[in-house]
Structure formats: structure tokens, C-alpha cells
Design a protein around this ligand. Structure first.
Ligand code: GCB
Length: 753
């Protein structure tokens, strides 16, 4: 039998290492895996987290391990690339920071062996991701094991898989289950024994054969039916040598049918099953991506609480444990590789190997229904033939490897509907931020209607939409103000538009959690993207979390919004309540303000604001309480003050009919003078970026401001772009911005068409 020995504990660690040690080095730090060297600097802003090579070293003694013929090192995630050395000899190299991979140590392992894993997250032009709005935390950040097996064993060196692929196909009320086993060094006399068990552990089918492939049957199959009934079977495969079992692997699986219909949306086991959910980035405060099991579980509990039926596991392969949780809880999953933002001509091989690993390692998870090819890959333009070719290759590869699932991709908002590459996958989804970066909330639904009218046979979904919110508050929410109130308003609007369009095959909020994006400097807290429904420490559920819960969850609840917005100026203040119950009654200091019914689950109240008021909302058997307090002047602690910054949109002088820093680039470009202004600004930026590059300045995470990028940012205001300057390595002073505003105030706005 195989033994799996976990070796997470006690690694000697050196940051920025050069020489590969051959003896256990002294003076290195001792760390335990999961570990990331960017747990702190990866989310504190400045686009300056450490990206380079670090070494993990550990002594392994063969005699201390169980007796075996072969020894494999298993690394479940080392970001981004890694080399493995034993006693100074290089055994393997791996590119791709999010998958499991293994190294055969059998020949190299001696009794005194020094194992060194050199992990590298430095920038390069062939391993994805290189340009993206998240931190590429370096480290050996998932479990590390040594697997000890006999000479004949379930394969350990095929793209990190288990050596077991289970394909159930439903036929009537039964399921035909194809089980493929992959065995290294199988001897002719050896046999395989395969058992299928139901959720209670009862054997439902069993076969023994010298063949590696099995056709089995489950009578009256119990289907995996999403969150309503995530029923799982287990497949156990044993390798027998005579009477002795010499190796064993097992995997859970689920039996279900699904279809993605361009008009009816997602159909699970013949039933329309709307997919409304969230995207998940895995990292969290203080840990980066070096997560513990309880972190994954907490994330899943929160996603279940909000009532999601689907998760987009962005932008890379997540931990096996998380896919397991998705199977168990009945989440319908979009799994993807980090082929993102910037197509790299030298990156083809890496997209293929990451895709192979993703599929082979996750093939048995019933939760996964689509493989995502890419995300916003047209940032540099959509007509690049190499990019289109690469998508065709990946799409065909996926279909060759997996006949049971569909392909998809997340498309950049600015990408034209008729771009050639849109036609490649089976389904598409768009990332739209109308109402945040540009445009307004009302533009989302109609955009999808237009696409749907133009391409009625392409299933279309919304893979990203969202808006930032921190602990800032206002009674007059405005786009771009980073308040919890604007985020709540934005999501109310988006829910109403997206959830009522049945043809959308899936919608995914960007994002369930705030996440580390070290190049960001926004909202008063640098280094994070704050579009989460929950904060990065998982401690605070923002109001918009409950807007989703009201629409998606069956668990009765009532929630008063604005609990962190206590001090208010107005005599009558608006209070919003979310509930999935039909009626809410609100009490102010014990006195009823009336009952409100709301079919859209959003209940609005006008509340007299005098002295101190305790509010109690009652819906059915549920209650919630909050407090407001009358003040004479606005409580400035509720207003965003950018730490490093410089100006806010409300501080900017605007002149009726003229441009300002609050005008979008597209509008400015609507007049000749405006065009000249933008051109001179662009060349200034280019110069600055060239200067940064020449001086070896690492800022900018690889962003380059090209023609296509300018096109994408057309809907951004100049102020927004200046606040995102960190991404391109440029910061503006207050004086520079005010000077720009003065110039813009002299440029007329184009006439409205
Ligand atoms: C996107 C990207 C995602 C970003 C998001 C944002 O479209 O796919 O990685 O984090 O926008 O918040 O801007």
C-alpha cells in the first residue's frame, strides 16, 4: 500500500537566495508550509512586493520513510515556477503556480538527502499570469508530501492526476459509469478491483479485471442536484497482486446531466436551475495564498450563506479541498487557468500545460461544468492571430480531454461583440462594470439584450460585475465614492437587471471577498481590490452581501443596512432593509413606522432622525437592530480621505459645459482640443514609463499603456486613471492634478448626440 507522508513542517527558508545549498544551511529562517513570502507585502500597496527566487530546504532521510520502491515528492502549489534539487542535483522544473505536481525522487534519494525547492515568482514572458489585478504571492503555499509506493502503482507522474478518471453518463434512471485507471509498471498478472459506493458506503457496483478500463452501472441512480441535493458516490480502485492489495486510490463523483441553453439558461438534470453566484479569489489578510483548511471552509460557509448556486473560481486553479467542498455543497463551478490580460507569444506551452493539469486533476468533480480558457485576454487587442489560434488550440484540447463538459471565457467589457475569438468557446461571459468604472448601472441589462439579439444561439453570461466599498458612508451615494451605500445601490440595480434575464447562463459577482492587488491605490486603503461582498479578513459582511442573500437564500432573515453609518445630518433619513420575507415592519424607539411589502426584497423606509434612535426591523420571526444619531454637521470620519492622495472627485472644480478630471476619456476625446489634451497626456505617461523601465523601476506589474488599453479605459475619468497610476508606475501630485483640471476646464464638452 502507498504511504503519504506530509512534510509541511520545519523548512529552512531563505528569501532572495542564489546558491543551491548541499548541506542544511545555518541561519536560515524556519518556516512551516503553507507559506508565502508575500503574506504581508503582497497587499500593502505600492506594487513593490518581493518577486524573485526563494529557497526551501529540508533534510530527508530515506530510512526514516516507509519502505517502498518509489518515492515521489508532491507539491500542491508553488507559485509561480519551481526547481527541485536533491543533494545539489536538479531533478525537475515546473511552471505554473496553482496546480499539483510531483517529482520522482526514487533514484536520487539517499539516506542523507537535502531536498531544496527553489520557488520563483519573478516576472517573465512565458508563465501565466504576468499582468493581472491581483498579487502573485510567491511561496510553497499548499501541502507538500512524500508518496511512497511499490514499483507498480497508480500513476503519479501524469500532470499531477490521481490515476483515476470516472465518467458517469445517465441513461434513463440508471448511470453507466466508465472508470479509467492509469497504472505505472502494471504487470500482466496484476488485477484491478473497482468498487462504487453510495453516500452511505454501501457497495453499488463492483468489478475485478486485468484491464485498466471498466464499464459499470448504477441502478436507480441518485443524482447530484446542485445545492438542493449534492449526492456523491465514491469510486475506489485497488491494484491487486494475487491476494495482496499493493496500491489504492479513490475519488468521489456525482451523476448529473446539464445543458447550457442560450434562451433558458442553465438546466440541471432537466430542471431550469438559475446560476447566480460569485467569483472567489482565495487569498486573505495576513496569509496571502498560504491558506489553512478552516479558511477554505469559512469561505464556503459564507458563499453558502449568501445563497449562491455557482462559483467562478478565478483566476487560477484553486485548492483540491475547495473543489471537494463545492462537490459536497452542490456549487456549480467554473474552473479556469490564469491565461489573463496579456497574451504572451511565448506562453502557449504554459497555457496548454496549465489546462491539462486543471482538467486531469479536477476531472472527477461533479461541481465543475465549464473550463474557462481565458480572462480579459484582449487587453492588448482582439485581432492578434496568435491569440485567436491559441484559443482554438485550447478549446480543442479541452474537448479532446473531456467530452462531458463545455468551454467558456470571460471577455473584456470593451471587446466588440463580433470579435472573432468570441465564436470559439461553447459559451461566453462578459465582464462589465457599467456603473463603476464608466457608464451607469442602467447600461448592463440592455448590453446583454443587444448581444442576445445579435447572437441568439450563443449562451451568454455575466462573468464579472461589481463595485468597491469600504467603511465610508453617505446619504447621497454616487458612483466612484467607495461608500458601502453606493455599493448596495449598485448591486440592487444589477440584481434587478441580471436576475430577471433568464437567458443569462450564469452571473458572477466580482468578488465574494476583497483581495490583495498590491498595485492598487484606491478607496483609502492601498494594495487591495475592495469589490468584495465581504472584507479580506472575512470579518465584515457589507450591506450588499444581504441584498444577494435576500434574493438567493431560503434561510429567513432581515437586515437593516447602514449599521456603520450612525451619525446622520438630515431630519428624515432613508433606511433600507433587506429580507427574503414578504413584509417588514420598522420600529424607531419602539414606535412603528409602518409595514412595507416588497417583491424585490428591498424595503425602503423614511425615518425621522432626532437625538438617538434605535431601529428594529421585524419580518416574520426575524429581527434586526441598528442605531442612528442626529448630528449637525457631516461626520468627516465617514468620508474617504485617500492616504497617499491627492484629490477626490468632490473636490474638483467643474464648469458647466466644460471638461474636468471627472470627465471620461471618451467624452474628452469628443472634441479636437480634447483629443490634443489626451494625446499630450499619453505621451507624457509613455515617457514616464520608459524612464521607469530604463531605471529598472519594477513598478507597474507589467502594464503598458498602449493604444488598445487606452480604448479600454475610454470610459474611465481622468481622476480614476490617476488613482490607478500605481499600476503603470506613475503617481501624480495634487498640484499636477489641479493644473490638469484647470486645463480641462477650458475644453468644451462635446455636444450630446
Ligand atoms: C476585471 C478583471 C479582474 C479585476 C476586475 C476589477 O475585469 O478580470 O481581475 O480584478 O476587473 O476589479 O477591475
Amino acid at each position: 500500500m502507498r504511504s503519504v507522508i506530509n512534510i509541511n513542517e520545519n523548512w529552512a527558508f531563505l528569501k532572495g537566495a542564489k546558491e543551491i545549498p548541499t548541506a542544511l544551511p545555518e541561519g536560515w529562517e524556519t518556516v512551516n508550509v503553507p507559506h508565502s513570502w508575500n503574506a504581508q507585502d503582497g497587499m500593502d500597496g505600492g506594487a513593490d512586493y518581493f518577486r524573485g527566487t526563494c529557497h526551501y530546504a529540508k533534510r530527508i532521510s530515506k530510512s526514516g520513510l516507509p519502505q517502498a520502491d518509489c518515492y515521489y515528492l508532491e507539491i500542491n502549489g508553488a507559485n509561480s515556477s519551481a526547481d527541485v534539487y536533491v543533494n545539489g542535483k536538479k531533478l525537475a522544473h515546473h511552471d505554473g503556480g496553482y496546480s499539483t505536481w510531483r517529482v520522482d525522487l526514487s533514484d536520487a534519494l539517499e539516506d542523507e538527502a537535502l531536498l531544496v525547492v527553489a520557488v520563483d515568482n519573478a516576472a517573465n514572458d512565458k508563465v501565466y499570469p504576468q499582468v493581472a489585478d491581483f498579487t502573485f504571492y510567491g511561496g510553497m503555499y499548499r501541502d507538500v508530501n512524500i508518496i511512497c509506493v511499490k514499483e507498480s502503482h497508480f500513476s503519479l507522474d501524469y500532470f499531477g492526476g490521481k490515476g483515476l478518471a470516472v465518467t458517469p453518463v445517465i441513461v434513463g434512471s440508471d448511470a453507466k459509469v466508465k472508470v479509467e485507471t492509469y497504472v505505472t509498471n502494471k504487470k500482466e498478472h496484476q488485477q484491478l478491483h473497482v468498487v462504487l459506493k453510495d453516500a452511505k458506503g454501501n457497495v453499488v457496483a463492483e468489478q475485478t479485471s486485468a484491464d485498466k478500463e471498466f464499464e459499470m452501472e448504477i441502478k436507480d441512480v441518485h443524482r447530484w442536484h446542485g445545492r438542493k441535493d449534492p449526492y456523491l458516490y465514491t469510486c475506489e480502485a485497488e491494484l491487486l497482486d494475487g491476494e495482496t492489495m499493493i496500491d489504492m486510490v479513490s475519488s468521489r463523483f456525482g451523476c448529473r446531466t446539464y445543458e447550457i441553453h442560450p434562451q433558458r439558461g442553465f438546466i440541471l438534470n432537466g430542471e431550469e436551475y438559475p446560476l447566480h453566484g460569485v467569483s472567489r479569489h482565495q487569498d486573505r489578510i495576513g496569509y496571502g495564498n498560504a491558506l489553512r483548511k478552516e479558511h477554505h471552509k469559512e469561505d464556503m460557509d459564507l458563499i453558502c450563506e449568501v445563497g449562491a448556486t455557482t462559483i467562478r473560481l478565478a483566476h487560477y486553479q484553486h485548492d483540491q479541498y475547495f473543489y471537494d467542498l463545492c462537490d459536497e455543497r452542490g456549487m456549480v463551478v467554473w474552473a479556469e487557468i490564469p491565461y489573463i490580460s496579456n497574451h504572451m507569444p511565448g506562453g502557449r506551452e504554459n497555457t496548454i500545460s496549465q489546462m491539462k493539469e486543471l482538467i486531469i486533476q479536477n476531472y472527477n468533480h461533479p461541481s465543475i461544468v465549464v473550463w474557462g480558457i481565458s480572462n480579459e485576454i484582449t487587453l492588448g487587442g482582439q485581432d492578434d492571430s496568435d491569440l485567436i489560434g491559441n484559443h482554438r488550440i485550447l478549446n480543442t484540447l479541452i474537448h479532446d480531454m473531456d467530452k462531458t463538459r463545455l468551454t467558456t471565457m470571460a471577455v473584456l467589457s470593451m471587446c466588440p461583440m463580433d470579435a472573432e475569438y468570441i465564436q470559439i468557446p461553447d459559451t461566453v461571459s462578459w465582464n462589465h462594470y457599467f456603473g463603476w468604472y464608466g457608464g451607469d448601472t442602467s447600461m448592463n441589462g440592455p448590453w446583454f439584450d443587444e448581444f442576445h439579439a445579435k447572437y441568439p444561439n450563443i449562451p451568454v453570461g455575466c462573468s464579472e460585475y461589481g463595485c468597491e466599498a469600504l467603511n465610508w458612508h453617505t446619504s447621497e451615494p454616487k458612483q466612484g465614492d467607495y461608500t458601502e451605500e453606493y455599493q448596495a445601490y449598485y448591486h440592487e440595480e444589477l440584481i434587478k437587471q441580471l436576475f430577471t434575464r433568464k437567458y443569462l447562463w450564469a452571473t458572477h459577482v466580482w468578488n465574494m471577498f476583497d483581495f490583495g492587488a498590491d498595485a492598487r491605490g484606491e478607496g483609502g486603503e492601498n494594495g487591495q481590490n475592495h469589490k468584495g461582498l465581504v472584507t479580506i479578513d472575512r470579518k465584515y459582511k457589507k450591506d450588499s452581501f444581504y441584498a444577494y442573500k435576500a434574493w438567493l437564500s431560503d434561510e429567513p432573515f432581515v437586515h437593516i443596512c447602514g449599521k456603520r453609518y450612525i451619525n446622520r445630518v438630515e431630519d428624515v433619513t432613508k433606511v433600507t432593509v433587506y429580507s427574503n420575507l414578504p413584509e417588514v415592519e420598522l420600529f424607531a424607539n419602539g414606535e412603528s413606522l409602518g409595514k412595507v411589502k416588497a417583491e424585490d426584497h428591498f424595503f425602503y423606509f423614511e425615518v425621522p432622525n432626532k437625538g438617538e434612535t434605535t431601529l428594529v426591523a421585524v419580518a416574520g420571526a426575524c429581527k434586526d437592530e441598528s442605531h442612528i444619531n442626529k448630528v449637525d454637521t457631516f461626520d468627516e470620519s465617514y468620508r474617504l480621505v485617500e492616504k497617499n492622495a491627492v484629490l477626490n472627485w468632490f473636490d474638483i472644480t467643474e464648469k458647466e459645459g466644460y471638461c474636468s478630471l471627472n470627465t471620461t476619456i471618451n467624452d474628452i476625446m469628443g472634441t479636437l482640443r480634447g483629443k490634443l489634451f489626451i494625446t499630450s497626456m499619453t505621451s507624457l505617461l509613455m515617457k514616464q514609463m520608459k524612464k521607469n523601465k530604463a531605471s529598472g523601476e519594477k513598478k507597474g506589474g507589467g502594464f503598458s499603456l498602449n493604444k488598445d488599453m487606452m480604448k479600454m479605459v475610454g470610459t474611465f475619468t481622468i481622476l480614476r486613471i490617476s488613482s490607478m497610476g500605481g499600476m503603470v508606475g506613475i503617481e501624480f501630485t495634487k498640484e499636477q492634478l489641479l493644473d490638469m483640471n484647470e486645463k480641462l476646464n477650458k475644453i468644451k464638452l462635446p455636444k450630446k448626440k
